[in-house]
Write a protein that binds this ligand. Structure first.
Ligand code: ZN
Length: 409
């Protein structure tokens, strides 16, 4: 029972609730987990979470399916779903994500690619796809050289370091399109591939030609460098043109996140990104400082995912317990609706993102409670919301905040 975002756009209205109808979406990245031994607790179940349990008891719960059953999402599509978009319809390319990850403000005409410095032999064959993992400072110096010594006539270019051998290339100007192949052959012993158009669009052929010319210049600049004497471009992509979040929902929306990539995805959706510190506690300070200025807050907690990817069950438990401690600060602000969930599961057992549905709790004055009294995977499987696609969370939150008009007479 999915509903199109265009229908929500028609039904969205200012809140009818006397409390103002503010919504907080708290995302614990990679929240969902697995037991490390058969029958044992998951990370969330093992964590001591009196505040989350109280919210689950007063509110309602369920399991969110990020993309579709069986699909393990990246964090980009995971968040698009949470924001109410169909992640299968709006694809954020790797180049765009990489640019967002360094806080680069992408414009609608920009084409972004992930770049990798590599090492080639005298015949131009790749011998190391990561150029010996050169230090970040070396990567930065090479980017500076490319920025100064290369150009694409009629276009603006930006060559920005990311980390070690990785960088971002952004080309700005009219008529650029994506739908292009990558240069990285994904193996050594062969030269980098030329960029080819993957569609019949003449603009794709022209964009490929511009990039191939630039690659030739860049390889000439790097020829005398060692070990990073060549480069590859991957994931060449444009801003996918996501409809504006604030317009669809008629919400003044703010995003609070420590990691640039999440700020970037929120910015792509049209949210206002608030500057914040490096810690989770500082994100709460930011929320409190800006409480009066917005109707909707997306607040992102990264470290549940990081510790899951480390395979560190106990450390993930600790992060969840720390976030639990912040719930009283959020409640004290008196939101109309508070949602706590994740963008996907990252079980420590798997050390990676997984396809498992994600526990979710929704709390608010108009939320109908269920029998669930703790926040955990098993409990949420019995929750009143059942199982639903992540993109259905926003319509539910909007309704509970008094922000959706009646459908039909
Ligand atoms: Zn994630």
């Amino acid at each position: 029972m999915e509903i199109d975002i265009e229908i929500i756009r028609k039904l969205a209205q200012p809140s009818t609730l006397p409390d103002g109808g503010k919504i907080v979406l708290a995302v614990l990245d990679g929240l969902g987990g697995l037991p490390i031994e058969p029958g044992g607790p998951t990370e969330l179940e093992a964590a001591r979470t009196p505040n989350l349990d109280q919210l689950a008891k007063e509110g309602t719960t369920g399991l969110s399916i990020p993309i579709a059953r069986g699909i393990s999402p990246g964090s980009g599509p995971g968040h698009l779903g949470l924001f109410g978009y169909d992640p299968l319809r709006y694809e954020i390319g790797r180049g765009v994500l990489e640019a967002l990850g360094i806080d680069f403000e992408l414009g609608p005409d920009d084409l972004a690619a992930r770049g990798n410095f590599c090492t080639v032999d005298e015949e131009g064959r790749i011998v190391d796809r990561r150029a010996g993992r050169i230090p970040t400072e070396v990567g930065a110096r090479l980017c500076e050289r490319l920025q100064k010594e290369t150009s694409i006539p009629g276009y603006e270019i930006f060559v920005r370091p990311v980390k070690e051998y990785r960088f971002v290339l952004v080309v700005r100007g009219p008529g650029l399109v994506d739908g292009l192949s990558e240069t990285d052959p994904q193996r050594t012993g062969v030269p980098p591939l030329p960029i080819k158009p993957l569609t019949d669009d003449p603009a794709a052929a022209r964009t490929a030609e511009l990039l191939n010319d630039w690659l030739e210049q860049a390889r000439r600049v790097l020829a005398n460098e060692h070990p990073a004497n060549s480069l590859n471009l991957r994931g060449i992509a444009k801003d996918p043109g996501i409809p504006n979040f604030q317009e669809i929902y008629q919400l003044k929306a703010a995003a609070i996140a420590v990691y640039p990539m999440y700020r970037g995805v929120a910015r792509l959706c049209g949210m206002q990104v608030l500057s914040t510190g490096e810690t989770m506690a500082s994100e709460l300070d930011t929320l409190e400082q800006h409480w009066d200025d917005f109707d909707f807050f997306f607040i992102h907690f990264k470290y549940t995912d990081s510790r899951g990817e480390d395979g560190d069950f106990d450390a993930k438990v600790k992060v969840i317990e720390e976030v639990d401690g912040y719930m009283s600060r959020i409640r004290a602000l008196k939101p109309s609706v508070l949602i706590v969930t994740g963008d996907h599961s990252t079980p420590a057992l798997l050390r990676s993102h997984s396809w498992h549905p994600v526990p979710l709790l929704m709390w608010g004055t108009t939320v109908r409670p269920d029998d669930v009294t703790t926040f955990g995977e098993r409990a949420c499987a019995h929750g009143g919301l059942g199982r639903f696609l992540a993109k259905e969370i926003m319509p539910m939150a909007m309704a509970h905040a008094g922000r959706l008009a009646k459908f039909g007479a």
